[in-house]
Each structure stands twice: as C-alpha cells, then as structure tokens.
Design a protein around this ligand. Structure first.
Ligand SMILES: [Zn+2]
Length: 232
C-alpha cells in the first residue's frame, strides 16, 4: 500500500483554495477569472439534435421527476411552470403544456387559457420575490424563430430590471446571474400559493373594472390606444 508522501497527487485536497495554494495540481495562475459551466456541454455539443421525440424531450421528462431536482415550480391541469436552465435573467421561467406539441396553434382552448393564467401567476410570484421593473413574455417557435427546444412549445417569462443589460453578453457571451437556480426555485416555490391567491383577487378586481367602464364609456385600454390628437 502506498502513502500520500510517496505519491503527492494522491493527497491532493478536494478543496479548491487548498489545491491552488499547495501547487499540487498543474497550472499557473493568470489574470483571468473563469466561469465553469459544465452543464452547458450537453446543450452545445448536440443541442436540438438530442430532442428527436417526446422520449428525448426535456420538457416531457421534467414532470416525471421530483419538483426540486427538475426545477419545476407548479403543476397545473394542462400546463406546468419550470425554471429555465439557461436563464437570460435570474427568475427566467417557462410555461409549458404537458403535451409535446411545437406551435401555439397546436394547443387547445383549455391549454391556452391555463398558459395565460400561469403566466400571470408567475409574474405575481416574481413581483413578490424580486420586484422586477418590467417583464418580457414570448414564445419562439420553430428553430428559425429561435426556439431552443422547437419540438415542445414553451412560453418565456423574463423579469427585467433597470440596468440589467450590460457589456458581458456582447463581448464575452456571458450573462451575470445574481442567484443560483436552486435559490430562485426555493423563493418562487415558497410564494407560489400566495401568488395564485393574489392572481384570483386581481382577476376579481379586473372584472369589476371592466364592468364599471363598460357602462361609463370606452374601456381604459381603448382610451389608451387613442392618440392625444384624436381626443375630441
Ligand atoms: Zn416534449
């Protein structure tokens, strides 16, 4: 049996700081920081080609696993909510139908309605956890439309803050993330039920507003669409 003294590499500590200080691993320090993203390799090496049907689709597989390990936030009747593994911003999440269909025109009225409900609920959950100043919502459809997984429809919900865009994505193809996915999942998961209640309350208030303005004249959104010069 050999001892660590005979084979120094065998004694290399697992801790990164110790490994650097002790010079037990090969390499010389330089001026560059490094972001280690090994999980990207599965995506960049084959990406879309990995998804050939529902058996190889990550959106079909996610609901079959446990919520936290698959970053799943909520299971609805026809759609579910999940964090994006490749977020544009912390809190970037996706609303997906359970069915493996590619286009918005492929989903039913019930799926369409639940996708909208879950989108609004997700926005409220994000308001509670991260107070974004705005949102981007959208569905990229087809590979030429920019869909990462074109075979399975998904709606992006991206929270935005003033100054959240910077030079890093432009010069270094790198996004700065302020939270780990696990932290984001925990925060949103913990407020989801409250957000669902708040969604129902806002729906009641919104419906009241519609009923009132319908009797009084043009609805708020109709007025807003009117250019100032058109007002008489
Ligand atoms: Zn799928």
């Amino acid at each position: 049996m050999t001892t660590p003294e005979e084979h120094p590499q065998a004694a290399a500590p697992a801790d990164d700081a110790q490994a650097t200080d002790g010079h037990v691993l090969a390499g010389a320090p330089d001026a560059f920081g490094r972001l280690w993203n090994p999980h990207r390799m599965a995506y960049v090496s084959r990406g879309q080609e990995q998804v050939t049907d529902e058996h190889t689709c990550p959106f079909c597989a996610a609901p079959e696993r446990e919520d936290e390990s698959s970053l799943l936030l909520h299971r609805g009747r026809t759609c579910f909510v999940i964090l994006n593994l490749y977020p544009y911003n912390a809190g970037h999440l996706l609303i997906c139908p359970y069915r493996h269909v590619p286009m918005y025109t492929d989903i039913t009225a019930e799926e369409t309605a639940e996708m909208a409900t879950l989108t609004q609920t997700a926005m409220i959950a994000l308001e509670r956890t991260a107070a974004p100043a705005g949102f981007n919502l959208g569905m990229n459809q087809g590979m030429v439309g920019g869909a990462g997984i074109a075979a399975h429809l998904h709606q992006h919900v991206v929270p935005r803050w003033g100054g959240d865009g910077n030079f890093l994505p432009i010069i270094a193809q790198t996004k700065n993330m302020t939270q780990t996915l696990g932290q984001t999942w925990r925060q949103l998961h913990d407020v989801w039920d409250e957000a669902a209640t708040e969604f129902a309350d806002r729906q009641t208030r919104n419906a009241t507003g519609v009923a009132t303005t319908a009797e009084d004249g043009p609805r708020h959104d109709d007025r807003r669409r009117q250019a100032p010069g058109d007002r008489r």
